[in-house]
Design a protein around this ligand. Structure first.
Ligand code: ZN
Length: 286
C-alpha cells in the first residue's frame, strides 16, 4: 500500500483515433490497476478554466483548441477536446496543490501536455498541464522555487519553451536523441537538457538522472514537479530506450530521496505494461 494520492477522471477516456498510440486504455487500465493496488484514486479537487490556460498559453490558444483552429497530424481535433483537456489540467492543478500542502500526488489523465507550446498543440498535447500547474503555484506564492524534471523519452519542448527565462523555475529534461521532436540537444538559460542515445539501458539512465538531479537540487527548490513519461520502457513501440519495469521504482525513489515536496503528471507511455510501470514509479515516489 502506498501513500501516493492519484487524481484521475475516466471522462478523459472518451476520445480516440483508431491506431493512435495515445489511446484511452492508457488511463482506464492504469486507473483500475492503481485502485486495486490500494491507491486513493480521486476526482480532481481543482476545476481548471480558460484563465488557468492563459497563465502559460497565448490568449487565443484556448479558443483555437475549442474551435479546432489548429493543424497537427499527431494531435487531432475532437469536438469535446477543450473540455477534456481542461479535466486533464484539473488533475495536474490538484496534484500541485496537494504537493504544496505536503502530500505527494500523481495526475493520471490524458491528454498529456509537455509538447504544447505558447500558441501550439503538438505531439498529442493541447494544454501544457505541468507548466500551467507550476505557473499557478508561482502565482499563488511568488517566492516558491520549483525544479521541473521531465523524464519522458521525448524532449519536453513545450515546457522548455514556456519556462525559458522564468524566475524561480529550473527545467531539466532527459530524453532520447535523435527522436521526435528533435529539440533539447543543448542546455540554455534555466533549461538543462540531457540527450541520451537510443539503446540507453537502466544503469546509464540512472547515472544520467543522478547527474541531472545535482544542478536541479543546487537550485534549492521548494518543490519538484515531474513530467512522468513511461515511453523510456524497453517495449515502448515509438522509442528505443531500454528501461526495465523495476527502473521506474528506482527513478521514483531517487526523486523521493530528495525529501522535497513533489507531484507528478502523466505524459507519455505507450506499452501495454503502462499500468505496472506507473505502479512501480509510485511505489518509489511514496
Ligand atoms: Zn513521450
Amino acid at each position: 500500500m502506498s501513500g501516493i494520492k492519484v487524481y484521475s477522471d475516466l471522462s478523459t477516456t472518451t476520445y480516440r483515433t483508431p491506431g493512435h498510440p495515445e489511446a484511452p486504455e492508457r488511463v482506464s487500465r492504469s486507473y483500475e490497476r492503481l485502485k486495486a493496488a490500494g491507491h486513493a484514486v480521486l476526482a480532481p479537487v481543482v476545476k481548471a478554466g480558460p484563465d488557468d490556460v492563459a497563465l502559460m498559453h497565448s490568449k487565443e490558444h484556448f479558443e483555437s483548441v475549442r474551435e479546432g483552429r489548429f493543424r497537427d497530424a499527431d494531435t487531432p481535433y475532437f469536438p469535446d477536446i477543450a473540455q477534456i483537456a481542461l479535466t486533464s489540467l484539473s488533475g495536474a492543478l490538484s496534484a500541485a496543490d496537494s504537493a504544496a500542502a505536503g502530500e505527494p500526488a500523481f495526475s493520471l489523465m490524458r491528454p498529456p501536455g509537455h509538447h504544447a507550446g505558447r500558441s501550439r498543440v503538438s505531439g498529442f498535447c493541447y494544454f501544457n498541464n505541468l507548466a500551467i500547474a507550476v505557473a499557478r503555484l508561482r502565482k499563488e506564492t511568488k517566492s516558491v522555487r520549483i525544479s521541473i524534471l521531465d523524464v519522458d523519452v521525448h524532449h519536453g519542448d513545450g515546457t522548455d519553451e514556456l519556462m525559458t527565462g522564468k524566475d524561480g523555475v529550473h527545467f531539466t529534461s532527459l530524453h532520447q536523441s535523435p527522436l521526435y521532436p528533435g529539440t533539447g540537444l543543448a542546455s540554455h538559460d534555466n533549461c538543462f537538457n540531457y540527450p541520451l542515445p537510443p539503446g540507453t539501458g537502466e544503469a546509464a539512465y540512472l547515472k544520467a538522472l543522478e547527474a541531472a538531479l545535482r544542478p536541479a537540487l543546487d537550485f534549492k527548490p521548494d518543490l519538484l514537479a515531474i513530467s512522468a513519461g513511461f515511453d523510456t520502457y524497453k517495449e515502448c513501440p515509438i522509442a528505443q530506450l531500454k528501461l526495465e519495469k523495476k527502473s521506474y521504482r528506482r527513478i521514483g525513489a531517487m526523486i523521493a530521496e530528495t525529501k522535497l515536496r513533489r507531484f507528478a503528471v502523466l505524459e507519455g507511455g505507450y506499452a501495454s505494461e503502462l499500468p505496472v510501470l506507473i505502479e512501480e514509479f509510485l511505489a518509489g515516489l511514496a
